[in-house]
Design a binder for this molecule. Structure first.
Ligand SMILES: Nc1ncnc2c1ncn2[C@@H]1O[C@H](COP(=O)(O)OP(=O)(O)OP(=O)(O)O)[C@@H](O)[C@H]1O
Length: 358
C-alpha cells in the first residue's frame, strides 16, 4: 500500500499540543512531509527551541503514524523552531520577546538568574540578547568576564549611529557598566538613566533576537516604568529568596507589574538560595532561610512557580569568574536552569499564540 501525505497529516491531527489545546496540523507545526516508500520524513516546527515537550511531541507523532498509517514505517522527524512574538509588536520589530528579570530586593540573585537564563536559551539554539539595566550596580560585565569592555559603534546609511552589542558565549550584551568607569560612583540618575536605558534598546544594532532579557535594577522605580511603558514586553520573571523580608518586597514588585498602565504578564517566580547544600554533602539540603516561601507566594498571586535554585558556592564562583554556572555541563544546575528556561519560553509561546487568536 502506498503511503500518502494526506494519511500522514490525518494521523498527526491526533497529536495535540497540550499547552495550546489544538492538534499539530491545525497549529501549522508540521512542514515538508516527504514520503519515500516506508520512509516518512517531516519537520516539526516548535514555537521555541527551549520547548520542554520536544521529546514528548516527537514520540507522540511517531506513535500516531505507527498506529494510524503503518506500524512498520520508518519515521524521521526534523525538529526546528520559529519563536513566536506578541502580535502588537510595532517597534523593535526584529526583537521578538522582551523578558524582564525583576526582584523586589537587591542581592537576591537577579543578575545571576538573568545571565544563566541567557546562556541556557542560547544553548538551546535561540538568538538571545541581554541588557543590564541595573543603574545601581551593573553586574553583567563581571558575570561575562567583560570588565572594561567598550562596545563600538557603526553608522547606518541614513547617518544614525548604532551601538554594537558585545558578543560573548553567543549572546549579544549591553550593560550600563560598559559606559561608566567601573571604579567610579554610578552616575545614572532620574531622566538621564531612563534615556540611557532607552538608548540601549533603540540605538543598538541588535539584529534579530528571539529573546531579549533585561536585568532590571532591584525594587520598583523609574526604570521599571520607563521600560514597561516604552517597549512591548512579553513578560516579567520575579526572583526572590525565601526570607519574609524578601517576600514582602517581592509582593510590591508583583503588584507593580499588575498596575493599570503597566499590566505586564508575570511569567512566574523563581526562588533563589532556596536551600544550602555543602559541596561535601551534595544530597543534604538545609533550608536556612525558610521553606516554600516562593512557592506559596506564587500560589497566592496565581502565577507559575518556575523553580528553586540552591545556595551553592559554585554559583558565586562561576559568576565572579565570568562563566555562568549553566554553561558547566557537569553541574546539576545546568539541568535546573534548563527546566526554568523551558517553562519561561513555553509560557511566552502560549501567551503569544493566545493573543494572536484573540
Ligand atoms: N544561588 C546562589 N548561590 C550562591 N551564590 C549566589 C547565588 N545566587 C547569587 N549568588 C551570588 O550572590 C551575589 C548577588 O547575586 P546577584 O548579583 O545575581 O544579585 P542581584 O539581585 O542581581 O543583585 P543587585 O541587587 O546588586 O542587582 C553574587 O555574588 C552572586 O554570585
Amino acid at each position: 500500500m502506498i503511503i500518502t501525505n494526506e494519511q500522514v497529516l490525518e494521523a498527526l491531527r491526533n497529536v495535540e499540543d497540550p499547552d495550546l489545546k489544538k492538534d499539530l496540523v491545525t497549529l501549522n507545526m508540521i512542514k515538508d512531509v516527504k514520503i519515500d516508500g516506508k520512509q516518512i520524513a517531516f519537520t516539526l516546527e516548535l514555537t521555541t527551541p527551549a520547548c520542554p515537550m520536544k521529546e514528548m511531541l516527537k514520540n507522540a507523532c511517531t506513535n500516531a503514524i505507527k498506529h494510524f498509517v503503518d506500524a512498520s514505517a520508518i519515521i524521521l522527524i526534523n525538529v526546528t523552531s520559529r519563536v513566536t512574538k506578541p502580535n502588537d509588536t510595532t517597534q523593535l520589530n526584529a526583537i521578538k520577546n522582551i523578558i524582564l528579570i525583576s526582584s523586589g530586593k537587591g542581592g537576591v540573585g537577579k543578575s545571576t538568574v538573568a545571565s544563566n537564563l541567557a546562556v541556557t536559551l542560547a544553548a538551546n539554539g535561540a538568538k538571545v540578547g541581554l541588557i543590564d539595566a541595573d543603574i545601581y550596580g551593573p553586574s553583567v560585565p563581571t558575570m561575562f568576564d567583560l570588565i572594561g569592555a567598550k562596545p563600538s559603534a557603526r553608522e547606518t546609511k541614513d547617518g544614525k549611529t548604532l551601538i554594537l552589542p558585545i558578543e560573548k558565549y553567543g549572546i549579544k550584551l549591553l550593560s550600563l557598566g560598559f559606559f561608566a568607569d567601573p571604579d567610579q560612583a554610578v552616575p545614572w540618575r532620574g531622566p538621564m538613566a531612563s534615556n540611557a536605558i532607552k538608548q540601549l534598546f533603540n540605538d543598538a544594532d541588535w539584529g534579530e533576537l528571539d529573546y531579549l532579557i533585561v536585568d532590571l535594577p532591584p525594587g520598583t522605580g523609574d526604570i521599571h516604568i520607563t521600560i514597561s511603558q516604552s517597549f512591548p514586553i512579553a513578560g516579567a520573571v520575579i526572583v526572590t529568596t525565601p526570607q519574609q523580608v524578601a517576600l514582602a518586597d517581592t509582593k510590591k514588585g508583583l503588584n507593580m507589574f499588575r498596575m493599570q498602565g503597566i499590566n505586564i504578564p508575570i511569567l512566574g517566580v523563581i526562588e533563589n538560595m532556596s536551600y544550602f547544600t555543602p559541596a561535601e554533602l551534595p544530597d543534604n539540603k538545609y533550608y536556612i532561610f525558610g521553606k516554600n516561601g516562593g512557592k506559596t507566594l506564587s500560589e497566592q498571586y496565581n502565577v507559575p512557580f518556575l523553580g528553586e535554585i540552591p545556595l551553592i558556592q559554585a554559583i558565586a564562583d562561576a559568576g565572579d569568574q565570568g562563566t555562568p554556572i549553566a554553561m558547566d555541563t557537569s553541574s546539576p544546575l545546568q539541568y535546573a536552569f534548563n527546566e526554568i528556561a523551558g517553562k519561561i519560553a513555553q509560557q511566552i509561546s502560549i501567551n503569544n499564540i493566545q493573543s494572536a487568536n484573540c
